[in-house]
Design a protein around this ligand. Structure first.
Ligand code: UD1
Length: 326
């Protein structure tokens, strides 16, 4: 039976990837055709992930409550896998500035342990969740893979280090790796519980509570907000595309929206008017972000399906239902 490992698989993006993997297996008719569905092993320390993110698929995945800082604990789970999707991380630019040690240990040391376990455990390919933050502020948009990186925060530097390790594990140890620079992923299950949460999850929470969100800076900074299912689909494509080992690609939608525009759009969708509060700009913040998607489209078959309106609509519907339940 094919074994697939998802680190961070109980997180917001990881759990969407787990569902995408199971849907792909169902669509291929694995069970009906008497092929065994893949074994999916999730490694997650549940620091920012939640077991409940896997509720609908709980009987079909093995959840290992492990921390990627513990090399000897994760190695047996990773050994023999066909693909490892490495998404476990401590996200957030400001968190990496306020509390840099845990994010350094997980994002760099933990990532090294995952690559090493994969190389020694005979894994065919690792797909690594890199970050658009590696570009920093560039004069030119959209941001292309060939541009020099310019990290502005510990988080950006850590994620970039992971890319370098991915490339080196390929060139020195023969492990197939593909790095995907995620561009501000949003969607159902993104946890709005912390001040470090992704901005759209916080916008959703305030919109539905009828309270004012805080916008850091003038709100004219822009992001290439990318719907989570598009990113999950691209991860799966990156695990199988030929001739891409050792390379890095943008995982974005190819558009960009300012925070002011997004907040306006959300108010219109909900039929409310709530003036946002404005706070000082955040340290380490990138001004504009937008992916050039050409390389990912040509070489990985990337085909993002969700417009911002559609993605926000689905996300809002999910938060509405989740808030009714809780
Ligand atoms: C960065 C990366 C992204 C990565 C993420 C992980 C860039 C361009 N993007 O996202 O690829 O996945 O880190 O954490 O570097 N904001 C508010 N009010 C809030 C919260 C945030 O105005 O309550 C603002 C921030 O200052 C920022 C924007 O919203 O300008 C987006 O912030 P956030 O969602 O935290 O993501 P990035 O830091 O852009």
């Amino acid at each position: 039976m094919t074994k697939i490992v998802v680190t961070g698989g109980a997180g917001f993006i990881g759990s969407a990837l787990v569902r995408a993997l199971l849907n792909a297996s169902d669509a291929a008719g694995d069970v009906a055709a008497d092929r065994r569905a893949p074994e999916i092993d999730v490694i997650d320390n549940l620091l920012s992930g939640h077991e409940s993110n896997l509720d609908e698929v709980r009987g079909r995945v093995k959840l290992h409550r492990l921390d990627i800082r513990d090399a000897s604990a994760i190695a047996p789970v990773i050994r023999g896998a066909d693909v490892v999707y490495h998404l476990a991380a401590i996200p957030s630019v400001p968190r990496s500035i306020h509390d840099p040690v845990p994010s350094h240990e997980i994002n760099i040391d933990g990532t090294f342990h995952v690559f090493r376990a994969a190389a020694e455990g005979g894994v065919r390919r690792v797909v690594y969740a890199a970050s658009s933050s590696a570009y920093g502020d560039s004069d030119v948009l959209p941001k292309m893979e060939t541009m020099p990186p310019s990290p502005k925060s510990p988080y950006a530097a850590q994620k970039l280090m992971g890319e370098y390790y991915a490339a080196v594990f390929h060139s020195c140890f023969g492990l197939e790796t593909v790095s995907l620079r995620f561009f501000n992923v949003y969607g159902p299950r993104q946890d709005p519980a912390s001040a470090y949460s992704g901005v759209l999850s916080l916008f959703m929470k305030h919109l539905l509570a009828g309270t004012a969100p805080t916008i850091y800076g003038d709100g004219e900074q822009s992001r290439d907000f990318t719907y989570v299912d598009d990113v999950a689909e691209l991860c799966v494509k990156a695990a199988h595309a030929p001739g891409v080992a050792g390379k890095m690609y943008n995982a974005g939608n190819g558009g960009r929206y300012t925070l002011n525009i997004i907040w306006d759009l959300l108010q219109r969708m909900e039929g409310v008017r709530i003036a946002p509060l404005f706070g000082p700009p955040r340290e380490g913040d990138v001004r504009h972000s937008m992916a050039d998607t050409r390389a990912a489209r040509a070489e990985l078959g990337h085909a993002p399906r969700f417009s911002i309106e559609e993605g926000l609509g689905r996300t809002l519907a999910w938060y509405r239902a989740a808030l009714v339940v809780t």
